[in-house]
Each structure stands twice: as C-alpha cells, then as structure tokens.
Design a protein around this ligand. Structure first.
Ligand SMILES: [Zn+2]
Length: 646
C-alpha cells in the first residue's frame, strides 16, 4: 500500500515537472522563433508580466491533460502518460507550427488559408516546393520530437529528486505559481500594452494561437462599424454587358485596311517576384537607363500577389476578378495583336502553367511561337532571351518588306526564390549563400536582400538585348516579393504593398521620358501597348485599365482619383487601391479590404489595410469622416466605372 502511495506521489510529481517543462518550452519557442522583431519596447517589469501571462495561458490550456494524467495515474498507469502528456505536448507543438505558418503566410496555423493550402493547393505547392524550404521545417519538427522525448525521459529522475527534497520542491512550485498569477494580473491590469504585445508578436501567445481570443477580429469589427460596414451589389446586367463587350472586343477593320504605316515590334518582359527597388543604377543599370528614357511607373501594382492572376491581368487589361470567366481562354492581348497582323511569341523559363491554372491562356494555340523550358535559373533565362531575340530579329523568308510585326512576351524566372545570381554578379555583400533556409529569420533578412539584389544584377545583364530602342518595350514583374517587411517571405500569402507592388517601365521610340507617381496597375499595360502601337480599337472601354501613355504622351488626367482592385491568391480577399494609397493624409492606410465575387455579384468592404497587409488598429476618429468619402469614391470610381457605364 505504501509502495502504491509512493508510486502515485511520484507520478503526480512527474506530471507537475512535465507541466513546468511544457510552460518553459512554449516560452523558449516564442523567444527562438519570434513572429516579428518589431514588438514595441517595454520595461523589465512589463516584460516579466507579459511572459507570466504567456505562462498562465499555457497552464490553462494544458490543465485538462494534467488532470487526465492525475485521474488515470493508478488505474491505467500507461495510458496516463499517453493521454496526459499527449494533451500537454499539443500546446508547444501548436505554437511551433503556428510560428512556421506565420512566417510563410502571416496567418494562424488554425486558419482557412492553411486549410486551403492543405486541400486545394497541395498539389501545385508540393510540385513547387524547394528542398531548402522544406528542410528547415522538417528540422524544427525533428528537433521538437527529440526535445519532447527527452523531456518525458528527464521528468522521471527530476520527479524523484523533487520527492527527495519534497519541502523545497513544494515551496518552489507554490511560489513560482503565485508569482505567475500575480505578474499575470499586472499584465491584465495594463491590458492596452499587453494587447499591443499580443498583436505584434501573436505567435508567442497560446490563446491567440489556439484562437481562444482573436484580437484582430475585435478590432476589425470596430473599424467595420466606422467604415459603415458597406456592402454593395454589382448590377447583374452590368456584368453581362461587360462579358458581351469582352467577347466582341476587336480592331476596326476599316482603319486597319486604310493604314499604310507598319506596326512597331513589341516586347513585354516579365520578371518573377520583382521588387521596384531594383530599378536602380547600381543594381540594374540597363533597366534604369530604360526607365530614365521612358515612363517609369513608381507606384505600380500587379493584378494580385501571385503569378496566375498577375499574368491574366497583364494579358487582358482586366482586373483579376475576371479570372474565372470565359475571357481567360481568349486573352485580349493575343486577339488584338493577331488581328493587326502580328506574329506572337511566348518565351519562358518556366512551363508548369497547368499547376497554377495558367494553361487556359498560356498555350500553343494562343501564340505562333511557344517556347518554354522547365523552370530554371540564369542558364535557362539566357536561352530564353536568345530565343526571343532570334524571333524578334527574324525576317520573313528573307523578304524584309513583308515582314510581319512581332510581339514577344518574355517571362524570366531567375528572380524567384532562392534568388540565384551568376558568381561574377555577387557585388552586394554580405549576401546569404546557397544554404540559407526558407523561411529565414529576421537576423538573416539583410543578407537575403543582398542576395536578391545580386540576382537582379544578373538579370539586368541578361535582358539587355531585349531593350532595343526601336521597339515598344514594357518591363515589369508578375507580382512583388516580401522580405519580412510584412512578416512573410515570398508572395501569394498576403495583400501587402510588398507582395503586390512591382515596377513597370514603358518605352516607345520617341516617347517623352516621365516619372509616373499616380498608382497604376497591370490592367493598364495592355491599353498602353494598344495606344503606343497605335492599334485602331473599336471600343477601348473593354479594359479595366487606362492607357498610361497615348500618342507618345503621358495620360495623367485619366489616372487621377482612380480606384482599382487587386486580388489575393490564398483567400477570397481583395483590396481597393486608390488615391489613399499614395496620400500622406491617410495615416498609413494602404487599401480597403473587401470580399468580392462576380458569382454572387456583391462586394463586402471589410477593413482598412496597412501596407504590411494587416488590419489597421490605430485609426483616429478624424479618419472616420473620410471613410465615408472612401466609400463613395469606391462606388463612384470603381463600381460605376466598371459596371454601370450607362
Ligand atoms: Zn510569380
């Protein structure tokens, strides 16, 4: 009997030791793998109280496991470890997965985005996964498993030691418990500071990770009410009218027949994951020279934060909300330039169009010459540029007079993660070497950024033959790329400025050099090409975009006060970009978040979004008056212009 009592006491003691080690574990994970390095600085006392609050959150979460272990300890001694420890270990495991998920997609592990990644997008993402992005996660998981087994193994001898020094252990645990509770009370008393910390470093807080409290949603609903929670209907007849317009889009045959001037050759260079900071004389001298001789759009946005929507928008002059509609299978760029007698070529260092649902418009039927290699780095890009140059320089059977005009779309891949450059171009140092992990930690960010600059330096050298000044040239990215500015690495995960903004440079022979500071978008580029090549279109209203330049002059007036929409890859969220995006009076507001679908013909405004793609939490009252203005601007400048054209 006494032996049984002793055994029970030992198991109780082991449960307590396990609980303490789990609490320490969650604190260590939060410190080793922070979700940001930008939490507001706090005093030592506040630091202690916030960490006590984290410990208390863990304790509350593991309590059911702890009591399960306690109740089962004598009847089912084996099961008590299984259920009790199993439950307890879920808390730090959840914290670790959440921290990793957060660096990828800036959202919770328990979220709709992760569900979509695990179901719909699993195939395309697995095919696209690089070893270096899988390996660090695997290493973290293996390390975690090893530590968990070690904790279980160590807890028994520690429990025995504690039993030998029973009084010390008992008082130690009691005092620690009282301290955690007292300091947690301090954290709760100053809830504003604690809430700010929880928001800025949310993966450290178990209750946020397990969605027991959702600070963002609380703030979002508050902002919603200030934004007057607008939801508006897109008129069905407006949608149908646009679809008819898209089907009928074409050139005016009479003007075409009367024309005797040849059309200019056109080159559209698309660089993967391309950031606007790269247009710099030191990083990309060839491109920045072109930017200074043409129109440099300095606030340009892709149609989305991902390749498929971005390319769709570029090839159709439409916002990406039309992606699911029939127009996707008959891109307007190809249709219009074919009608003008152009030969069209697609040259790409990338060919998995099907995985990202781009095969509907990037295929052999749409282009006269279709040359794509499996994705590769600068070696493949070199070949792609050679093929495109050969296509552009080729004459028709030696008869120069009858040579048809050419349009080449050149899609280069080198600037995609993991940002490889040719060794001779590694001029920005210190740069991360090939072994850097994805996702990387905040301390590695600057070295990865240098690596990306080196890679852009290589690409600049490669694209030089394409930037011939006798052609109409557009150079842009398919979307942007985040380097932890919004808490994430890469793209396709967040509607932040960093993932959606990419440069656009437009050149045509004789064009007046200009810097364009009004927001522009991918859907503007096709109408711009149509204007610069002087294609006689029947109805320019088919496009969502406006020409940035027409008849070799800048078209600033049409671009003023515009509102346009960019789309997220992982969710059904979208964002309205408008005058507020570049305004100094909008308190750092980047866009207005919304949910939109042409299917249920409705737009629901959600929240104001900052440039890091987060819900804005520090809106002042004065802003709420202008929110009304923002709503009416969206209705006037977007809804009316797109769907109610009278
Ligand atoms: Zn891309």
């Amino acid at each position: 009997m006494k032996e049984q009592d002793n055994l029970n006491r030992e198991r109780w003691c082991q449960s307590v030791v396990l609980a303490i080690l789990i609490v320490l574990g969650t604190l260590v994970i939060g410190i080793l793998y922070p979700s940001s390095d930008s939490s507001p600085p706090v005093s030592m006392l506040v630091w202690i109280s916030i960490h006590s609050w984290i410990a208390l959150q863990t304790l509350v979460l593991i309590t059911p496991g702890f009591w399960a272990a306690w109740l089962l300890r004598s009847r089912l001694p084996r099961l008590w470890v299984g259920i009790g420890f199993g439950w307890m270990i879920i808390v730090p495991a959840g914290m670790l997965f959440d921290a990793i998920a957060f660096r990828w997609i800036s959202d919770r592990f328990l979220s709709a985005k992760i569900l979509r990644v695990a179901t719909d997008l699993r195939g395309s993402l697995l095919a696209h996964a690089q070893w270096k992005s899988v390996a660090p996660t695997l290493l973290w998981c293996m390390g975690f498993a090893v530590v968990a087994i070690a904790v279980l193994w160590v807890s028994k001898p520690v429990a025995r030691i504690c039993m030998r020094h029973r009084m010390v252990a008992k008082w130690g645990v009691n005092i620690a418990g009282v301290c955690v509770c007292l300091f947690s009370l301090l954290a709760l008393a100053d809830w504003q500071t604690t809430a700010n910390q929880m928001r800025s470093d949310s993966t450290r807080h178990p209750w946020v990770v397990f969605r027991i409290i959702d600070l963002d949603d609380a703030t979002a609903s508050e902002i919603n009410s200030r934004l007057a929670a607008v939801s508006f209907v897109i008129p069905k007849e407006g949608i149908e009218q646009r679809k008819v317009q898209q089907r009928l889009a074409g050139l005016d045959w009479d003007s075409l027949a009367a024309r005797d001037e040849p059309f200019p050759d056109v080159v559209v260079v698309v660089l993967e994951s391309f950031r606007h900071e790269m247009v710099d004389a030191e990083i990309m001298p060839n491109l920045s020279r072109l930017a200074s001789e043409g129109i440099h759009c300095r606030h340009h946005f892709s149609g989305a934060n991902a390749s498929n929507f971005g390319m769709f928008s570029l090839l159709n002059g439409l916002e990406a909300i039309w992606f699911e509609e029939p127009v996707r299978y008959s891109p307007l760029m190809n249709r219009l330039f074919h009608q003008a007698g152009y030969e069209l070529g697609l040259f790409a260092s990338h060919d998995d169009w099907r995985l990202f649902v781009m095969d509907g418009f990037l295929n052999e039927q749409q282009f006269d010459v279709f040359q794509c290699e499996p994705k590769g780095w600068s070696e493949v890009d070199k070949r792609t540029v050679l093929r495109a140059t050969a296509f552009l320089n080729r004459t028709n059977l030696g008869d120069k007079e009858s040579r048809s005009p050419r349009l080449a779309v050149v899609y280069l891949y080198t600037t995609h993660a993991d940002y490889r450059s040719d060794p001779a171009d590694a001029v920005f140092q210190p740069a991360a070497d090939d072994s850097f992990p994805i996702p990387y930690l905040p301390a590695q960010r600057d070295a990865v950024w240098n690596r990306y600059k080196n890679c852009a330096h290589t690409v600049d050298r490669l694209i030089r033959p394409l930037l011939d000044r006798n052609r109409v040239v557009v150079v842009t990215g398919d979307h942007g790329e985040a380097f932890l500015e919004d808490g994430t690495c890469g793209h396709g995960t967040k509607l932040s400025r960093y993932q959606t903004m990419t440069p656009a440079i437009v050149y045509a022979p004789g064009i007046k050099p200009e810097r364009m500071d009004q927001p522009t978008m991918h859907a503007d580029l096709l109408p711009t090409l149509v204007a610069l090549a002087d294609l006689p279109m029947i109805d320019l209203g088919v496009f969502d975009g406006n020409p940035i330049a027409s008849k070799r002059e800048l078209n600033k007036s049409d671009l003023k006060e515009r509102v346009f929409m960019i789309r997220d890859y992982l969710s059904d969220e979208a964002l309205f970009v408008g005058p507020w995006t570049t305004s100094t009076e909008s308190e750092g507001m980047f866009g207005i978040g919304c949910r939109v679908s042409l299917g249920d013909n409705r737009v629901r405004i959600t929240t104001a979004i900052s440039e890091s793609g987060d819900t804005m939490t520090d809106f002042s009252e004065s802003q709420s008056t202008s929110n009304k203005k923002i709503n009416s601007q969206i209705q006037q400048e977007w809804l009316k212009k797109r769907f109610n054209r009278g």
